[in-house]
Design a binder for this molecule. Structure first.
Ligand SMILES: [Zn+2]
Length: 503
């Protein structure tokens, strides 16, 4: 998940099939926190099925392309390009799609690294999303100890190299079935950049790229495997800025009005407010500007703040209160204050019939088979990061959801525009830190590759269901329609392209 997200933590409950699990990270209290996301996701009876010819063919297509997909993933892993700079990574995926017969539209929604690859015609239109941005400073070799590849460089600490290549593998598997006349309709691969930063999907959703898509799928690398019934946190990313007047801090301080004073009053107010917000709310900030030297009274100060909750309405309420805090701080210090919403994402609209399809296909495809060397690699990472040495999670968690994890994703914005199905696939050792070197290490070797291939198969098999079973697609769409209700999606991002890096 992206910078907006900063999560993907080990889960605290032993919802396992076929593997042992030991809970225990510092975030267990977060998991236990109550939150008001929809109830009613009782474990469902999942029907077993006889796979259709198209499903068998789609899954064997993934196997046939596994070596190429692995190579593609490893290239993106090695590029390790961060948000909106992922030029080589986006080109690698787009070129690969084009080579496989997709029509590719590059540089969409004002982002040079966003693209859409389409094959086929008519309905249904089934999409699958891929990500490929890395995280700064996480460079790491594919070894079981902390060892940067190039100190200070980026690294795939969220496994997006696997996410992009695996999703494209699923799209290609479907394309081949359409080409062979086994499936009818259109398949779309969405190349979605900057998940860890501005949230490329938000801009693509804003600009209508998901309009008219019957259903769209995504997966995410994880330390467990499960069809997701869990929502995500809505969030807003805001800049709170204060402008005062500079003067010599000793010679004529009476001529000055300090922006840093305003900043301090603002953050003090925010921290007192913590006691009077819902337990589900999260408020975290950094001081982005706080003056330069002590002997110049600061005329400018800036707080970079994120507000989150499981419900967008709570986030909106927090935003109103934060505006008052900024106003009050400015009044007290005779400065001026501004609050600017920079970006934000909605909470995920969970699709239950879609999760059931994913779950049934997860069970059909079966558990991951790790070698003893892979399990030893995982245990070594666990040992060196101080988490229980339980190795990889190979099984499938039951279809249960609604546990409270913290984090936000731009996938959630898409979920308000088109029915969105989401699955988590194990690519990293259980409990080991996320957005950290263990994810980079395992995403660049066979553990990650196996997760990517498994993800491609589950996505492809579920997409086949949506093409072949009109009733299943209708249920997915009806669930979306019922949950969305009368709400009109309105993204938090302003008009125009996101701020692009200048160099
Ligand atoms: Zn991620």
């Amino acid at each position: 998940m992206r910078r907006l997200a900063a999560f993907r933590v080990a889960a605290a409950l032993a919802w396992l099939v076929g593997a042992s699990f030991v809970a225990g990270t510092a975030v267990a209290d977060v998991h236990a926190a109550p939150h008001p996301i929809p109830a009613g996701a009782a474990p469902a009876a999942v029907e077993t099925f006889e796979p259709s010819a198209a499903k068998l063919a789609a899954v064997s297509s993934v196997d046939r392309h596994a070596a190429e997909l692995t190579q593609l993933s490893d290239r993106i892993w090695a590029y390790a390009e961060i948000a909106l700079r992922e030029h080589k990574s986006a080109a690698a995926l787009a070129d690969f799609a084009e080579k496989k017969g997709f029509r590719v539209q590059r540089g969409v929604a004002g982002m040079p690294t966003a693209f859409v690859a389409t094959y086929g015609q008519g309905r249904p239109v089934i999409g699958v999303m891929g990500e490929y941005d890395a995280l700064p400073g996480l460079s790491q070799q594919a070894v079981a100890e902390k060892k940067p590849l190039a100190a200070g460089a980026g690294g795939h600490g969220c496994g997006h190299n696997l996410f992009g290549a695996g999703s494209l593998g699923a799209a290609i598997a479907i394309k081949e079935q359409i080409a062979a006349g086994k499936l009818k309709g259109t398949v779309v691969f969405f190349g979605t950049p900057a998940e860890e930063d501005v949230g490329g999907k938000i801009y693509m959703a804003r600009d209508g790229f998901f309009d008219g898509v019957d259903a769209v799928l995504a997966w995410h690398p994880e330390d467990y495997t499960q069809a997701d019934l869990t929502s995500s946190q809505a969030m807003v990313d805001i800049a709170v800025e204060f402008h005062g007047k500079a003067a010599h801090a000793a010679y004529d301080p009476w001529n000055a009005r300090s922006a840093v004073d305003a900043l301090e009053l603002f953050t003090h107010g925010l921290n007192l407010m913590r006691e009077h917000v819902r337990p589900t709310s999260r408020m975290h900030y950094t001081i982005a500007a706080g003056g330069d030297v002590p002997n110049v009274v600061a005329e400018y100060a800036k707080v970079w703040l994120w507000l989150r909750d499981w419900q967008r309405s709570e986030v909106e309420d927090l935003l109103v209160r934060v505006r008052k805090l900024a106003e009050g701080a400015a009044v007290m210090t005779e400065t001026t204050g501004t609050v600017t919403v920079q970006t934000g994402s909605w909470e995920m609209l969970v699709n239950e019939p879609g999760a059931r399809l994913l779950y049934a296909n997860l069970l059909w495809i079966g558990p991951a088979a790790y070698t003893e060397q892979e399990q030893a690699f995982a245990r070594q990472i666990q040992r060196s990061t101080g988490v229980p040495e339980v190795g990889m999670f190979a099984g499938v968690r039951p279809l249960e959801g609604q546990k409270a994890e913290g984090g936000s994703t731009d996938v959630a914005d898409v979920s308000w525009v088109a029915p969105t199905l989401h699955v988590s696939i194990a690519t990293s050792p259980q409990g080991a830190p996320w957005h950290a070197w263990p994810v980079v290490a395992s995403g660049g070797m066979s553990i990650g590759h196996k997760g990517m291939v498994r993800a491609a198969k589950v996505l492809a098999a579920t997409m086949v269901d949506l093409y072949e079973q009109p009733a299943a697609l209708a249920a997915v769409k009806a669930d979306f329609k019922a949950k969305k209700g009368e709400v009109v999606y309105k993204p938090y991002v302003p008009d125009g392209p996101p701020p692009l890096p200048k160099d």
